[in-house]
Ligand binder design. Structure first.
Ligand code: SF4
Length: 920
């Protein structure tokens, strides 16, 4: 072929450099290795690498990992909303008027703002919001170096699974993606993986070739329902009733796995019939433990302490039925019965007929599905949708009960999922080492092991997972702790304007008899939450907001209106660090330009789903004056140090009351400059991870540049590895909780078993000791016709790719809400027409997209559109009251205690009551 146009076409497919790349964002589980092609210093395209080996014989490999966002990410590099120079606001906040300023000016003014806040209001007034974007985290380096508060992301982005935590003492038992191939039955429930797990959905499809079956349980005929064998169209918010009806069918038919139930769960533990509380050692003898629980051993016909150090039954036969007399230490005789007996009575309310009425699922289909779950290796594929319902904890507890009765965890092809990350010890521990080099890493790890021994010495029955969790609970208190993690609920309550909303009885479930204030005050007064964050925000107002890689005005449940009214006026400094202009950026004082993913060194999401370190290499220099996030982090810190010296500030008192110096900060964190360079620092972290046993021996940045990715060889000490409670094996897929099922290691719950009965005083009061069904409250407005549901969208990772022109061309190019076509016709709404959606919290304008797949009474707005894409800039979160279930404040009870990313109050944003109105 000859001619200029043909040459142009050929030139398009030429390059002068190829590097490994990925996307260091929260596209969880991410982890896709890409080849990135560069010509003349500019990225011209990317291509899936497809280089992962198969792990276990007979199970397909993970290739080709990648999604359509990743396939055109390079377009985001050169998009018109890319920020390439530091910007300073010149108009009003939100007016969109900025001017270019030098890095030095921006950093000087930002550093002064931070020091002003530190000097006059203390560290609690400086808010650093957690973003799960691994690539952006280094921009918050100053916060870590100063031990400033770090709000907990699992409340902010709300990907917590409270029901899993209540059951297993962890929110995230997560198998590797290839384990999904082995499921004989997959229930897609509160998820839409065809949209949201594009890069590994193939395992679900492939499980069908392996003889598996897929059932999608969703109110709408979702894209994932289309590809399933069956669809159960459950009414919005009634999933717990469906799960409990299946549990009843299973128990009535004697299909439950008796030994699994006896060994792994609390169902044989004895409960006092007089108080509804577990029988405890402290009930029976002075000085006995409050966390010693009991069985009735049917083999001996005797009351027997349930062992705390093992799950092994060792010949005992804990009764699942009956009532037994027990004499208390005050010589009174009471009756006790196993949880299982209470459960059977409780389930009388959940016959398939009764549940069928609640869920609008035919009773025969409930029976059929129950029998399948009971007889097959079953997995429940959830996203992070159930936890976003007000009563999502109850839904998840009911689902976990279904899995527990049928022995469906702790073996390949079973279980469920959430998000779990690991393999980051090299970078997390780096600032805590005494110096550069791997000998320092070895010394550090020896110190960590000694500390663990110390923690473990208090109780020989503590497991590795329990010790790990105790260490995480102490994370903010360690000397020179890198940041002070805190659940943001108290900050929101006192300073973000939520107090009134949360006390509004309309948003509250009627089964809670007390006001919201009552719960919060009681939780604080009983000391269930650390006063350093639970009490401080009664008085301390936020003055600085530093948002790196996040977009709080889009994300915050409760809406930007609330924040703009209640928080923004208090803030003297708002900084957005990003590679693009977000809605938050538009309302900020400064926007600092960050490098894009192919312009810096890093790694993709370190997820348990793929178990790999996946390299993001630098393919091209950052555009304009943009800088890698790590460099921004260093420069902010350097400027703080410089300005503090000029102002004569030498130290401050941190959140824990310790004096912290404002001198030598950068030297300390870089080991006198030895690790100031991005490349050297990345290499050090990788080498350290090899020393810690997470990566194969000898792994370096250089070896990673050859392969692009390397599979973990072990869990680290931090994050969610140990809590997977299974060993990573080189030639096997990973399935969590096997230490419990195979080695009989106890769980980290109050009763040291999977716990379905929560006898915390608040749960008893609310009638939620056992999993139960409750209707979603009327948040949004009592008499509104629709319930709004959501989920991740298909075209963007959150809002990051929403303005990518390639992706805009794959959908309507504007925000839209799905409505049922016939219902829309009733309202006179045409396809594509702009409508107004209204709740008590606010309103937004959006295009209607009509489909028979949407359930009547349902509005689906997939999450991620930038508010500024809507007329008036009011988006989806402005409809959400952002209510929190008061039981999230419960504490002082075994595993109901805070550690980062875990148990805490989380907002609900599903099933919000709205009206849809025709405009004009
Ligand atoms: Fe993979 Fe995430 Fe990149 Fe998509 S955005 S290709 S899922 S790493």
């Amino acid at each position: 072929m000859q001619g200029a146009w043909a040459d142009r076409y050929r030139k398009r497919w030429t390059w002068d450099r190829v590097t490994w790349g990925s996307h260091a964002v929260d596209c969880y589980p991410g982890g896709c290795p890409w080849r990135v092609y560069t010509r003349d210093g500019k990225i011209v395209r990317e291509e899936q690498a497809g280089t992962f080996p198969a792990i276990e014989p007979g199970i397909p490999d993970m290739n080709p990992m990648g999604c359509q966002k990743g396939a055109c990410w390079s377009h985001c590099h050169y998009s018109p909303d890319r920020v390439t120079h530091p910007l300073k606001r010149v108009g009003e906040r939100g007016e969109g008027k900025f001017e270019r300023v030098s890095w030095d000016q921006a950093l000087t003014e930002i550093a002064d703002g931070i020091l002003d806040a530190l000097q006059t209001s203390g560290p609690a007034s400086i808010l650093n919001l957690f973003t799960p974007e691994p690539g952006a985290a280094p921009a918050r380096l100053f916060s870590e170096a100063l031990g400033l508060p770090l709000t907990d992301g699992n409340a902010e982005f709300q990907d917590f699974s409270p029901g899993w935590h209540l059951t297993w003492g962890l929110f995230n038992p997560t198998s590797s993606m290839d384990d999904w191939f082995l499921a004989e039955l997959t229930l897609i429930w509160h998820a839409n993986p065809v949209y949201t797990n594009i890069h590994w959905y193939h395992y679900l499809a492939e499980s069908r070739y392996n003889g598996g079956e897929i059932v999608t349980i969703a109110p709408d005929y979702s894209p994932s329902a289309i590809h399933a064998d069956h669809h159960l169209p459950v009414r919005i918010g009634t999933d717990a009733a469906l799960a409990l009806a299946m549990c009843k069918v299973i128990i009535d038919a004697g299909l439950h796995k008796k030994q699994f139930v006896q060994e792994q769960t609390d169902l044989p533990l004895l409960v006092r019939t007089d108080t509804g509380r577990f029988l405890r050692g402290s009930d029976l003898a002075e000085g006995d433990r409050d966390d010693q629980f009991f069985w009735w051993d049917a083999a001996k016909g005797a009351l027997t302490p349930a062992p705390r150090g093992t799950l092994a039954l060792a010949g005992r036969d804990p009764a699942l039925a009956g009532r037994f007399p027990v004499m208390l230490k005050d010589l009174r005789t009471i009756e006790v019965e196993p949880v299982f007996a209470r459960l059977r009575r409780h389930l009388e309310d959940y016959t398939p007929e009764r549940a069928g009425e609640i869920c609008q699922v035919h009773p025969d289909n409930i029976r059929k599905l129950a029998r399948k779950v009971a007889t097959r290796k079953t997995k429940i594929f959830i996203g992070w949708n159930s936890g976003k319902y007000y009563h999502g904890d109850l839904m998840e507890r009911a689902m976990a009960l279904l899995l527990g009765l049928t022995g469906n965890w702790g073996k390949k092809g079973t279980g469920t999922r959430s998000w779990a990350v690991s393999g980051m010890d090299g970078e997390i521990f780096l600032p805590a080492k005494q110096g550069p080099g791997q000998e320092a890493a070895q010394r550090h790890i020896a110190g960590m092991i000694a500390m663990r021994r110390l923690v473990g010495a208090s109780d020989p029955t503590l497991t590795e997972e329990m010790i790990s969790n105790r260490m995480m609970q102490l994370a903010g208190d360690a000397p020179n702790a890198p940041g002070f993690p805190m659940p943001p609920a108290f900050l929101w309550y006192y300073q973000f304007g939520y107090k009134d909303r949360w006390n509004d009885p309309e948003n509250h479930d009627p089964s809670f008899k007390r006001s919201f204030d009552d719960y919060v005050n009681e939780a604080i007064e009983k000391g269930w939450w650390d006063p350093r964050y639970a009490k401080v925000y009664r008085d301390v107002q936020p003055r600085v907001l530093f948002e790196a890689g996040g977009n709080v005005l889009r994300r915050q449940r409760g809406g930007q209106k609330l924040l703009l009214e209640h928080v923004w006026p208090k803030l003297e400094l708002i900084v957005s660090v990003d590679y693009r202009i977000t809605t938050t950026g538009l309302h900020s004082d400064y926007i600092l330009p960050a490098a894009q993913h192919y312009e810096k060194l890093g790694h993709s999401m370190p997820s348990v789903h793929h178990l790999n370190y996946v390299l993001c290499d630098r393919a091209a220099p950052p555009l304009g004056e943009a800088l890698p996030d790590l460099e921004i982090g260093f420069r902010v810190l350097e400027k703080i140090e410089e300005r503090a010296a000029i102002r004569g500030m030498t130290e401050f008192v941190d959140m824990s009351g310790r004096r912290r110096s404002l001198r030598g900060l950068v030297d300390a964190i870089t080991f006198e400059g030895a690790l100031r360079d991005e490349e050297k620092r990345a290499d050090e972290a990788i080498r350290d991870s090899a020393v810690y046993g997470i990566l194969p021996e000898g792994t370096t940045l250089e070896t990673l540049r050859e392969k692009g990715a390397v599979r973990w060889t072990n869990w680290g000490m931090v994050l969610h590895g140990t809590s997977q409670a299974s060993t990573i094996r080189p030639d096997e897929v990973h399935n969590p909780l096997r230490w419990h099922t195979e080695d009989k290691v106890p769980y980290d719950t109050l009763v040291r078993r999977a716990q379905y009965y929560i006898d915390h005083e608040w749960f008893l009061e609310a009638g939620e000791a056992l999993p139960t069904h409750k209707e979603p409250p009327n948040q949004g407005g009592r008499r509104r016709r629709f319930q709004m549901t959501s989920g991740h969208n298909r075209w963007s990772v959150h809002s990051m790719n929403m303005t990518n022109d390639v992706l805009l061309n794959t959908h309507r190019g504007e925000p839209f809400a799905f409505l049922n076509d016939q219902e829309a016709a009733d309202l006179g709404i045409a396809n594509g027409e702009q409508v107004k959606i209204v709740s008590d919290a606010g309103e937004m304008r959006i295009a209607a997209k009509l489909t028979p797949a949407c359930r009547p009474g349902q509005v689906i707005v997939y999450n991620g559109f930038e508010p500024y894409m809507h007329e008036g800039w009011w988006g989806q979160s402005d409809l959400e009251p952002g209510h929190v279930k008061p039981l999230g404040f419960a504490g002082g009870y075994g595993h109901l205690t805070y550690r980062i990313l875990s148990w805490q109050p989380i907002p609900a944003d599903r099933a919000v009551r709205v009206d849809v109105e025709k405009i004009g």
